[in-house]
Design a protein. Structure first.
Ligand code: PEP
Length: 262
């Protein structure tokens, strides 16, 4: 059974006590599933307390961002080096970082490199805006984002990382992509990895779909060959909706195994 990765991106929501309550509820409502990896990405402030509270058999931690220099006079920033013992993953190149904070392609490339340098797995987000989609530029945008972000990596590194296809028009809008749209993009991304880094990297790199994911839509995406899970924003802030996504993924896996029992 292919292992599914589900990442909850809490963005700039939940203070420390709210985060602690959500973790408590999630731990009650999510079981340990061998073939599902569940990752929580809280704010930087709550990573440390959550690392103590979390049941590591159920959840791993991700940071939502980090700066690519290891240390220095960079007021307000936190480095990948500082996150080493706290976070298993770091989200890099989220569209909000690209569009609100002006992160450009070289900065995202440097963050991906810093992530590997510090032994943290990057979750690289790529995806086109609505305008780019309407202009038929999706593949070109994905190509440019991948070419730069992966340019300093080896095939061995790429095969261990995570790429999230997140069409910008689907993020936080309720306008979820159709599984066929995700299928085309994911197939393009895997094809790019195959051309540049070879068969093994293309087979092993995990590719997620993100953009207005809720429980009702996930089976459609799980049925798309090559989709290895989800990056979930809004629906990860509520324990029922996030646990619903995880538990429904398990039901889907059981259906694939031909077993309808609990
Ligand atoms: C995200 O934050 O990456 C995201 C996909 O958000 P949402 O699920 O709310 O669209």
């Amino acid at each position: 059974m292919r292992k599914i990765l589900i990442v909850g991106n809490w963005k700039m929501h939940l203070n420390a006590s709210q985060a602690s309550l959500l973790v408590h509820r999630l731990q009650e409502n999510v079981k340990i599933y061998r073939d599902i990896e569940v990752v929580l990405a809280p704010t930087m402030l709550t990573l440390q307390p959550m690392s103590v509270q979390l049941d590591r058999r159920k959840f791993r931690l991700a940071a939502q961002n980090a700066y690519f220099k290891d240390e220095g006079a960079y007021t307000g920033e936190v480095s990948f080096t500082m996150l080493r013992d706290l976070a298993h993953y770091v989200i890099v190149g989220h569209s909000e970082r690209r569009h609100i904070f002006g992160e450009d392609l070289p900065m995202i490339r440097d963050k991906v490199a810093a992530s590997f340098r510090n032994g943290i797995m990057p979750i690289l987000c790529v995806g086109e805006t609505k305008q780019e989609k309407d202009d038929g530029e999706t593949k070109q945008v994905l190509h440019d984002q991948l070419m730069t972000a992966l340019s300093n990596l080896t095939g061995d590194e790429v095969e261990r990382m995570v790429i999230a296809y997140e069409p910008v028009w689907a993020i936080g809008t309720g306008d979820v992509a159709k599984p066929a749209q995700a299928a085309a993009a994911v197939s393009y991304i895997r094809g790019y990895v195959k051309d540049v880094f070879g068969e093994k990297a293309a087979a092993d790199v995990r590719i997620l779909y993100g953009g207005s994911v809720v429980e009702d839509v996930i089976h459609g995406f799980l049925n798309v060959p090559g989709v290895d899970g989800f990056l979930v924003g809004g629906a990860s802030l509520n324990y029922q909706s996030f646990a619903g996504i995880v538990n429904s993924t398990r039901r889907w896996q059981r259906e694939q195994e031909g077993d309808n029992g609990e």
